[in-house]
Design a protein around this ligand. Sequence first.
Ligand SMILES: [Zn+2]
Length: 261
Amino acid sequence: MRKYILNKVDKILSKVNEPEDGSVSLKEFLIEYDYATKYLSRLLKVRGMTMYMLLFKQAYFEEGNRKISMKLSELGQNLLSDLGKPMSHDVVKRGINDLVKIGIVEKNPSRPGQINKYTVKLPSELRQVQEFIENDRNSSEEVYDDSRDDYYTDKAKRLEILKRDEYKCFYCLCDLQQDNFYLDHIFPRSNGGHNWKTNLVTACRDCNTRKNADDAESFLIGNYRKGLFLQSEFLQQKKELDRLRSEYEEIKQRHANKELS
Ligand SMILES: [Zn+2]
């Protein structure tokens, strides 16, 4: 949900400049709303959570100011009890105290009889929420990405390529043994090709020697014209080569974008 709305907002914001006005931006508002429902809700009971959402709305949605003045009775009007009556002063007061206790709302001193002033903090200002965000970020990074691992020099990983290519030379389809095979760089290393699995295919000794820095596709076509395999086999190899090349480009691109941002 968050990405869906944020993507839309990004599209809209790319066309207009949002004026700076001291409060949160539209995008920040949405992100903080997301943090509130996702993380702050873990720290508060239902009553406190409902009250925070009311104050959050008042401060950032309606007034554009984190400092708001509000009568407890006003809050009570918005929070109807099970019986459909405004919540009692005591219940509202206890709810506010829950918020003050965890530090998401600060009560600003006021004289007796004056309207209460509150500073409504953003969920991301709370240390506990920051920890939740950090934890989620770390656990999503734990999904291991092997797309840029070295599959050329690591012995176990070389065998994975052999397995992927079904124990056959990628270029002539002759059978290969675990103790007698080569790996060929689709984009030659001399041209900056990486040791990633998407840039490596198996090769027999003969093909490895003959190919050198030739283009992988032309070399495959050459072998096909020599009659080393059928047309259907050629088409299959060509398809696999295209898949590897486009995946390889995609990873390169993704990585380049990461470094830019
Ligand atoms: Zn071969």
